[in-house]
Design a protein around this ligand. Structure first.
Ligand code: NDP
Length: 330
């Protein structure tokens, strides 16, 4: 491998502990969902991962089903990771959504979690992932089985840390209690959706993660691009996720028009703070003491560069926070 990564790659990024663990995560992490191996190909994925790493982004997030066809994101990113320093990176993947036909191809049984991770490791070309997630709660499988399967996977060395995603506060609490009662590997991290347009974790989840000593990495902090300036004009840009993917490629979801009024007001506040809307949206997530990292997506290198600059100002005054609550109807 001939690529040389920036020597100053650790000089700008902020690293924060995931709860009461030894795991440091960059304040900004990068995910592959729908972009890499999806509506963006390998060239762009490689450029984005390299640039992200040069800027200190050491964490890349995947799942078994990401990309088109499902699994393609792990394949594409795996080829790129072969040319990157594995020990400087935190790679996560997940299982929970439908991946193959039949009763063992989704949810959180031991059978599915073990088989799916073996497939993911092959696609990624890795011996282990750093974090393995239960991607969504399973209403049928006992949590004892799911948490014991994750614990087994850690003991086998196929994953270092365990996470859950999309669990409600109550479901998370129950999972924590199961790990404590059975002496299983603790949950190091929770991955919920959280943004200026989706504040559910503030009242449902973050008390629980704090008490349990688990970290939090928030996904879709830009509401998939809605919290940027790209949809503020009259036209939906041709190269945007809205045009390429939402509604199976049929374009803009009319329901977003209601949100745009809020987004415009938030954009004014961002300008007053001397930030872009995307930067303010990320900074606002990171202001919360329970949030370890924000998990962004990117379809261009420039988006990563802009977003990392959010770290220049993650402080909000009481007045700004109040105004944000008013605008977002919280
Ligand atoms: P974001 O909310 O960050 O949206 C990313 C999209 O926003 C980009 O693809 C790009 O869209 C646009 N964007 C980003 N930065 C800018 C910018 N500066 N200016 C203009 N547009 C910008 O996150 P995602 O929804 O992509 O989710 C991020 C990651 O979170 C995923 O990759 C995945 O790893 C994880 N995730 C986890 C889920 C779970 O269930 N656990 C569910 C969803 C995501 P465009 O293509 O239009 O340029």
């Amino acid at each position: 491998e001939t690529h040389t990564f920036a020597e100053d790659r650790y000089s700008q990024m902020l690293y924060r502990r995931s709860g009461r663990s030894g795991l440091d995560l960059p304040a900004i992490s990068l995910g592959a969902w729908e972009t890499f191996g999806g509506y963006r190909g390998e060239e762009i994925a490689r450029a984005c991962l390299y640039r992200a790493f040069d800027l200190g982004i050491t964490h890349f997030d995947l799942a078994n089903n990401y990309g088109n066809p499902a699994g393609n994101a792990e394949r594409v990113v795996g080829r790129i990771l072969r040319d990157m320093p594995r020990d400087e990176l935190i790679i996560s993947t997940k299982a929970g959504y439908r991946m193959w036909p039949g009763p063992y191809g989704e949810w959180l049984s031991k059978k599915y979690l073990v088989a799916s991770l073996d497939q993911s490791l092959k696609r990624l070309g890795l011996e282990y992932v750093d974090i393995y997630y239960a991607h969504r709660p399973d209403p049928e499988t006992p949590l004892e089985e799911t948490m014991a399967a994750l614990d087994l996977i850690v003991r086998q060395g196929k994953a270092l840390y365990v996470g859950v995603s999309n669990f409600s506060g109550a479901q998370f609490e129950e999972a924590v209690q199961v790990t404590q009662r059975l002496g299983l590997t603790p949950i190091t991290i929770h991955q919920p959706s959280y943004s200026l347009l989706n504040r559910t974790p503030e009242y449902d989840l973050l008390n629980h993660t704090r008490r349990a000593g688990a970290g939090v990495i928030t996904y879709s902090p830009l509401a998939q691009g809605l919290l940027t300036n790209k949809y503020l004009g009259k036209e939906v840009p041709d190269d945007s996720r809205a045009a390429l993917w939402w509604n199976q490629g049929h374009g803009w979801d009319e329901r977003n028009n209601d949100k745009l009024a809020q987004v415009r007001k938030l954009n004014e506040l961002a300008q007053q703070r001397g930030q872009s809307l995307a930067q303010m949206a990320l900074a606002w997530n990171l202001r919360h003491p329970s949030v370890t990292s924000v998990l962004i997506g990117a379809s261009k290198v420039e988006q990563i560069e802009e977003n990392v600059k959010a770290l220049h100002n993650i402080f909000f005054s009481e007045e700004e926070l109040k105004l944000i609550d008013e605008i977002t109807g919280f």
